[in-house]
Design a protein around this ligand. Structure first.
Ligand SMILES: [Zn+2]
Length: 87
C-alpha cells in the first residue's frame, strides 16, 4: 500500500478511548463495559469496578454523535466482543 493512500485521522473526531471517565462517588476511573450503536448517537456505558460502588447506581453513559465517533468507525462490528478492552 502506498503511503499516499493513507488518510489522516480527522482531528475533529472523538475517540472514546481518549476519554477518562471518573466516578464522582468513589473517584476511581470507570471501565467501559458496554457499547450500543444508536440512531444518531452511540452510547458507551462505564461502570465502577470495585466494591465501593454498585454499578446500577453509578453507571455512566456517554453519548457520542455517530458522525464523530472515531472508535466506532474503527470497530464497526465489534461491539464489546473484543472491542471494548482494546484500543
Ligand atoms: Zn464509583
Amino acid at each position: 500500500m502506498d503511503v499516499n493512500d493513507v488518510k489522516p485521522e480527522p482531528d475533529s473526531m472523538i475517540n472514546i478511548r481518549d476519554l477518562s471517565i471518573r466516578c464522582g462517588r468513589c473517584e476511581t476511573y470507570q471501565t467501559l463495559t458496554a457499547y450500543e450503536p444508536g440512531d444518531g448517537y452511540n452510547v458507551y456505558t462505564y461502570e465502577c469496578e470495585n466494591s465501593t460502588c454498585r454499578p446500577e447506581q453509578t453507571r455512566t453513559q456517554v453519548e457520542v454523535p455517530v458522525v464523530l465517533d472515531l472508535f466506532a468507525r474503527r470497530h464497526p462490528e465489534s461491539g464489546c466482543d473484543g472491542g471494548c478492552g482494546t484500543g
